[in-house]
Design a protein around this ligand. Structure first.
Ligand code: ADP
Ligand code: MG
Length: 398
């Protein structure tokens, strides 16, 4: 997949519309608690400004449901961005309307205008209900850049629809381009053997991506809470472990698919188990199933060893989902071990998922991965479907 990239656009003295992902976590008092998403958009922002663009940023925050609501203002993001890039960032009172038209018209090369929360208008999330919304956005700019990978799985006005109104001039920002390269090109044509490690609490939230990976990978390594649905599907006892009865057939189908196609499937052979999660309780290791009255909370040492041996010759590894209840230090060993294994093998390593990245960050090994995908749901849908509406709509690099 070759999409037009920001550095292929002529930006000099152009009004550049750039969709960014500023949907950052905020405290009740409105303070930004993690500005990673703002930071990762800076390369595209500074590039556009250096090239002489007058930059108009588009973003959303939270779920104001189509109505203006001060609580969801992008004011704190404008301020944080301004501090980070050491330039003034003007916040528009809205994202469309006569006042915004004037601000955009008067914006000069090298200046930054952040439009207020797109989701103050119902036309953002439901472009079919208000086709005039996207046209008004389009009227503000000469070229379009999308760097909001985390929103690319939604066919919203400012993503897919707006891109279509800039034929030949709708480009991927640097962040978006990186995600397309790693989740698209690298995983479509991986250096083999290609292994996928999947964890997390629920199989239901990941069955689509598991099936897609079962068709692409040479091996699946499964841990976390979802492993117990796979256990139950095979009649292995699970005690009180988390599981989803509605997905037993899906789990069986994955197991059969792997057997039939000679895809390596590694499920935990031993588990860290507890009777309750209470602090005083001492975790035990259980071989094979989970004993009556216990729940599985992490993969055990033999499973870690099996993962290590399998991954030692990997060409490419994709990892999504912690292998245990890693938020509790007592049950974090499996997740930490996988992070360490990936840090030390000679493979292209791609990690996605909010909790997985949080776990990596706390182990200090983030820098040792080839690529961290910041997209959350967008990352998984991209792997599942091979494209996303917001990417599809960008101009092709012909
Ligand atoms: P990501 O955000 O990386 O995609 P998920 O959100 O799918 O990951 O899963 C993370 C959650 O899975 C964590 O909160 C973790 O505690 C939980 N989890 C992992 N293993 C288990 C388990 N054995 N039992 C219950 N919850 C688990
Ligand atoms: Mg999560």
């Amino acid at each position: 997949m070759k999409k037009l990239k920001i550095d292929q656009l002529d930006l000099k003295n152009k009004k550049a519309l750039m969709r960014v992902d500023f949907n950052v976590p905020q405290s009740k008092q409105g303070e930004i608690t993690d500005d990673t998403r703002i930071k990762v958009s800076i390369p595209s922002i500074l590039y556009a400004l250096d090239q002489g663009a007058a930059l108009i940023l588009l973003a959303h925050s939270g779920r104001p449901d189509g109505k203006p609501n001060k609580e969801f203002s992008l004011g704190p993001c404008a301020q944080r961005l301004s501090e980070l890039i050491k330039r003034p960032v003007m916040l528009a009172p809205d994202c469309i309307g006569p006042d915004v038209q004037i601000l955009a018209k008067n914006l000069k090369a090298g200046e930054v205008l952040l439009l207020e929360n797109l989701r103050f208008h119902a036309g953002e999330e439901h472009p079919e209900k208000d086709p005039s919304f996207v046209k008004e956005l389009a009227s503000l700019g000469d070229v379009y850049i999308n760097d909001a990978f985390g929103s690319a799985h939604r066919a919203h006005a400012s993503t897919a629809e707006l891109a279509k109104l800039f034929p030949g001039k709708a480009a991927a920002g640097f962040l978006m381009d990186q995600e397309i390269n790693f989740l698209g090109n690298t995983l479509i044509n991986p250096r083999r053997p290609f292994y996928a490690i999947i964890g997390g609490s629920k199989i239901s939230s990941k069955i689509g991506v598991i099936k897609a990976l079962a068709n692409k990978a040479d091996g699946l390594l499964i841990g976390g809470g979802m492993a117990y649905t796979f256990f139950k599907a095979q009649g292995i006892p699970i005690g009180n472990s988390i599981h989803e009865d509605k997905f037993l057939n899906e789990a069986k189908a994955v197991i059969e698919h792997c057997n039939k196609n000679k895809i390596i499937l590694i499920l935990p052979t031993d588990n860290v188990v507890v009777k309750t999660m209470e602090k005083g309780e001492k975790p035990l290791i259980a071989e094979r199933g989970i004993p009556e009255g216990f729940q599985g909370v992490d993969i055990g040492p033999k499973t870690i060893e099996a993962f290590k041996i399998t991954l030692s010759n990997a060409g490419t590894v994709f990892w999504n989902g912690p292998l245990g209840v890693f938020e509790d230090e007592r049950f974090a060993a499996g997740t930490k071990a996988v992070a360490t294994i990936l840090a030390n093998i000679n493979a292209t390593t791609i990690v996605g998922g909010g909790d997985s990245i949080a776990a990596l960050n706390s182990s200090g090994l983030s820098d040792r991965m080839t690529h961290l995908s910041t997209g959350g749901g967008a990352s998984l849908e991209f792997i599942e479907f091979g494209t996303l509406p917001g990417i599809e709509a960008l101009s092709n690099d012909t």
